[in-house]
Ligand binder design. Structure first.
Ligand SMILES: [Zn+2]
Length: 560
């Protein structure tokens, strides 16, 4: 097996670092600089600054919704921090988001009759505030399933007087069953080894393959999965008509069911990004939504009170990626990149998604810079915005700087790979790179010395389809995007896009390991004689067919 060969070679090299000349051919040994790898481990273990970086990005500036003043403050701080560490060329790169920024400043929600209690909610992003406290009777609006336009219009016409001046719960209460079989937080070594073994024909096992599907918390109010006859409205069509109806009918507030266990709330955005097109909207924890639903079903009138302060920020139409470098030497015009997305959803401080990815990449670069290594190629850190709205920041960067295989810019031919991390706090288990098998072979050998930290290999992908996370923006262009796979810990089950995504959910030893692994792999790519192998013209997969503009409401997927 190649894996064993690589390990054997590494052992040999450790004993006698100069006994084998550097090779640029795939399937031949990469010359690993064991001394630098050891220094990276020591710096990353003994003098890590990762948790301090994480603290600032989450506690100080979170949540970092794209276009919000929080995001801009986090980006500005990161530039300052890069300068303080001694990175070069640290700056913000603007791109056109096209929507105003938005921030929820305050939200209080209470049941005031038949009992007094506080309720747990998050605002839906890009919805308006209530303009002071509002009180109203609760009304539960359950739409007909998969209606035609005529059916929905007739139904809503009949509801107009009933929602006027009311606080409207949209949809039935979702029953969320008790979980008897909790997911593993770590992946078994053998499972990770199989996933990242190029000789194993079995399809890769995504980390959250067994996660229970959760109902979409988006404003869509009808089933999304089964095919619909042409006359039926799409979920987006239903949502649009419903939004117009609620505004026109004078509903005070809209409430959606979070439909998750243990008070988890995932709040995304109003799909129009236009606060004038919707009523004030919250996503309420399933337990409170259920309580109100049962009271109403029992014939008990329920009175609710909301006070929501949301604000638009017109300057948020321009968003920013954060970029900084460690300049190269004899191959300075060639670039090795690493990064993650700095933006987050707004229900929590975005620790696992993805302040921690940014922290790991900043820490990896800090380690390399602190060690005073003089990389042959330029090492560039990029932290993106707009990832949660459809990889917008990284796509803008690739378009501006690199172009595509079919329509390249001058920097395209000098690009050596982009490492991305965006799956929570777990240690790194392997890498998935866009390119021919020999690309993965290089990475596999660069990562082989870290099996003790849980890294089990690297495999290649031929897919240029975007999705999931920012590495795929590079894949789409035909460039080697490198997605790092991680242990799930609590990502899919608890923290991903939820109100529980905070500093407390970070596993410090895993973060330190990840920064060490990334620093070493980046170092190796920056130093080796040859560029990271790519597809030849003959073997380059065709670009994916053009997709409709990115949907503002994300669907559950392992990353992002
Ligand atoms: Zn993410």
């Amino acid at each position: 097996m190649k894996k064993i060969a690589a390990l054997f070679l590494f052992t040999t090299l450790s004993l006698s670092p100069l006994s084998i000349e550097a090779q640029t051919f795939a399937d031949q040994a990469e010359r690993i600089d064991a001394e630098v790898y050891w220094k990276i481990r020591r710096e990353g273990t003994e003098r890590s600054e990762a948790m301090q970086t994480l603290h600032v990005l989450t506690d100080m500036y979170g949540p970092r919704l794209t276009g919000s003043p929080n995001f801009k403050a986090a980006a500005d701080w990161t530039v300052k921090r890069m300068n303080a560490w001694g990175f070069k060329n640290a700056h913000l790169e603007p791109w056109d988001f096209g929507h105003p920024g938005w921030l929820n400043e305050r939200l209080s929600a209470h049941i005031t009759s038949p009992v007094k209690d506080a309720l747990v909610c998050e605002a839906l992003a890009w919805t308006p505030g209530t303009n002071g406290a509002v009180t109203g009777q609760a009304f539960q609006l359950v739409l007909p399933e998969r209606p035609t336009k005529a059916e929905l219009t007739a139904f809503l016409d009949g509801m107009k007087e009933r929602v006027k001046g009311k606080i409207v719960l949209v949809g039935k209460h979702q029953i969320v069953p008790v979980t008897f079989n909790p997911q593993n937080k770590r992946r078994e070594d053998q499972e990770a080894r199989t996933q990242y073994d190029p000789n194993n024909p079995a399809p890769a096992v995504p980390p959250f393959a067994v996660a229970a599907p959760s109902p979409s918390p988006s404003p869509a109010a009808s089933p999304q999965s089964s095919p619909q006859p042409p006359a039926r409205l799409t979920p987006a069509g239903v949502a649009e008509q419903l939004d117009q109806f609620l505004v026109a009918s004078g509903a005070l507030v809209r409430i959606n069911d979070a439909a998750r266990e243990h008070g988890q709330i995932r709040a995304f955005n109003n799909r129009t990004f236009d606060t004038s097109k919707v009523v004030p909207t919250v996503v309420m924890r399933n337990e409170d939504y259920g309580r109100i639903s049962r009271l109403l079903a029992n014939g008990t009138p329920v009175e609710l009170e909301f006070n929501i302060v949301n604000r638009n920020y017109p300057e948020g139409r321009t968003s920013y990626n954060v970029v900084g470098e460690i300049p190269g030497t004899d191959k300075a015009d060639e670039v090795v990149m690493l990064g993650g997305h700095l933006d987050s959803w707004h229900a929590a401080t975005g620790a696992t998604d993805n302040a921690i990815g940014c922290t790991i990449m900043l820490e990896a670069a800090r380690i390399l810079n602190t060690l005073g290594i003089k990389p042959r190629r330029t090492i560039r850190v990029a932290l993106w915005s707009g990832e949660e709205q459809g990889l917008l920041g990284s796509k803008a960067y690739v378009k501006e700087h690199l172009g595509t295989f079919e329509n390249p810019k001058p920097e395209y031919s000098k690009f050596n790979g982009y490492f991305n991390i965006d799956s929570g706090t777990g240690r790194i288990r392997g890498a998935n790179v866009f390119g021919p098998p020999e690309t993965a072979t290089v990475l596999r050998q660069a990562l082989a010395p870290f099996e003790d930290l849980g890294v089990m290999g690297a495999i290649a992908t031929t897919s240029r389809r975007t999705g999931g996370t920012d590495s795929t923006s590079f894949n789409e262009a035909g460039l080697p995007g490198i997605g790092l796979g991680q242990d799930p810990i609590e990502y899919g089950t608890h923290t991903w896009h939820t109100n529980l995504d905070t500093y407390e959910r970070i596993v410090e030893p895993d973060v330190k390991s990840a920064a060490i692994v990334v620093a070493a792999a980046v170092y190796h790519l920056a130093m080796r004689d040859g560029m990271l192998p790519r597809f030849t013209k003959e073997r380059m997969p065709a670009p994916p067919p053009p997709t409709p503009s990115p949907t503002p409401v994300p669907t559950p997927s392992p990353r992002g």
